[in-house]
Structures are given as C-alpha cells and as structure tokens.
Design a protein around this ligand. Structure first.
Ligand SMILES: *Cc1c(COP(=O)(O)O)cnc(C)c1O
Length: 230
C-alpha cells in the first residue's frame, strides 16, 4: 500500500483531535489530558504504522491471535494495551508485550495475570471492565460486584488497578456514561492509584469526554469501516 492511499487516516485523525479538543474545552478543565487510542482490529500493519507516524502513541488490541500475527510488523515506538475479552489461558501470550490489560472482569483472570507478572519480574497495570448496561451479550463485571473485584485484585502481587473501562450500550449511551462517571468518582476516591477511565468509541467519544473519560478508544473513526473478511 502506498502512503497516498492512507491519506484518509491523516484527515480522520485531524477531525478526531479537533473534536476531542473541543469537548475538553467545553466540558473539562483546560489541563485535562485525554489520550487517544487507535483500535487496530482488522487493520493492516501499514495503516497502523502510518497512524503512529502521525503521532498515535497508543494501540488497542482485541484479539490475541490477530495481535500475535501482526505485532512483528508494528512500529515498536507505540505502547500497546489489551482491550478485548481475554481468556485466562491466553494471558501468557501477551504478558510481556502489553503495558495494560483493560478488560479484567474476574478474580480468576487477575490471579493468572498476577502469577505471570511475578514470574516475568514485572507488574501489570489493569482496568476493571464494567458491564454498565447489564447486557447479557457483553463481558465485564456488574457494578454491584465491582468493589469486591477491586478488593481482590488489590491483594494480588504484580497487579496494579488503575481504573475502569466500559463499552456502554449503543442506545442511551449518555445515561450509562453518566453512571460510569459516578462509579469512577466513587471508586477513585476510595482506592489509591486510580487515574484511568477508559470509555468512548467512534460514535460517542465526545460525550464520553464530557463524562470524564481519560482515554478514548477509536477504531472506525480513524481507520474506516472494518472489513472482517480479510
Ligand atoms: C472495536 C472496539 C473499539 C473501537 O470501536 P469503534 O466503534 O470502531 O471506534 C473500542 N473498544 C473496544 C473494546 C473495541 O472492541
């Protein structure tokens, strides 16, 4: 692929940055920093590397297998975080290549992350994924179980809980973004070391910033519609 063909990414990133800045100006304090993550599922490494050339310094990976098959081709200057549903038996494949696992929703998964982090002489930052809409189809811990999960994770060696992540239901998303803000405010006043609220995707990132997001995860809005046939 020639870089000419990737010019749409330049335009898309420009729009995203502008909308993020606008939302921060409108709803947040001027020194609030909102990080932009590029979500890479189905996206070719050439396009991902082009985004990195344009200044993207954070990639979000959903699927272990796909990530492993593409990682060698990535420009290594960007940080990689895992955001997809993670099976316990796959933690070993990513423990040394990602800086954060955003999708922790069970103590069992936390224990495996802890075991492998200790074994590899490192600590792993994690977020608790919250199923804020109570949707059966989605992973994530129910809000009612969140404190128990954080209490459990806090006792594990090599695991640092940095905050919360969510994918709100597509309809009424601002109601759920608001609930996440309340939940995050209460959790972060109770526990030390919380600094990340990961919410906001292509269709709702400006709203998510309004409700306190510190990290927006953008796929389609940056790289275009996903082609799952490839
Ligand atoms: C795919 C995905 C995104 C990005 O979604 P878009 O709507 O394409 O921006 C964000 N977060 C998670 C967990 C995802 O799986």
């Amino acid at each position: 692929m020639k870089n000419d063909d990737l010019a749409y990414i330049d335009e898309n990133l420009h729009i995203i940055k502008e909308r993020c800045a606008e939302a921060v100006t409108k709803y947040r304090s001027s020194n609030d920093n909102v990080r932009i993550m590029a979500v890479t599922k189905t996206v070719a490494p050439e396009a991902i590397n082009h985004a990195i050339e344009l200044g993207i310094d954070l990639l979000g990976e959903n699927r272990v297998q796909e990530y492993l098959s593409k990682a060698d081709f990535y420009d290594k200057s960007a940080e990689v975080q895992f955001i997809g549903h993670l099976q316990t038996n796959k933690v070993k494949y990513i423990i040394n290549s990602v800086s954060m696992i955003q999708s922790v929703d069970s103590i069992k998964l936390g224990q495996e992350i802890s075991r492998l982090a200790v074994k590899n002489g490192r600590a792993m930052d994690v977020l608790c994924e919250v199923n804020i809409g109570g949707e059966e189809s989605k992973s994530g811990i129910a809000p009612s179980g969140l404190k128990e999960l954080i209490d459990g994770l806090s006792e594990l060696e090599g695991v640092r809980v940095r905050g919360l992540m969510t994918i709100p239901p597509p309809s009424d998303s601002d109601i759920f973004l608001g609930r996440m803000k309340e939940l995050y405010d209460s959790i972060s006043s109770e526990y030390k070391g919380m600094d990340t609220l990961s919410m906001g995707m292509t269709h709702d990132y400006a709203e998510a910033i309004r409700y306190g997001s510190t990290l927006v995860r953008i796929g389609t809005g940056l790289f275009g519609a996903r082609d799952y046939s490839k």
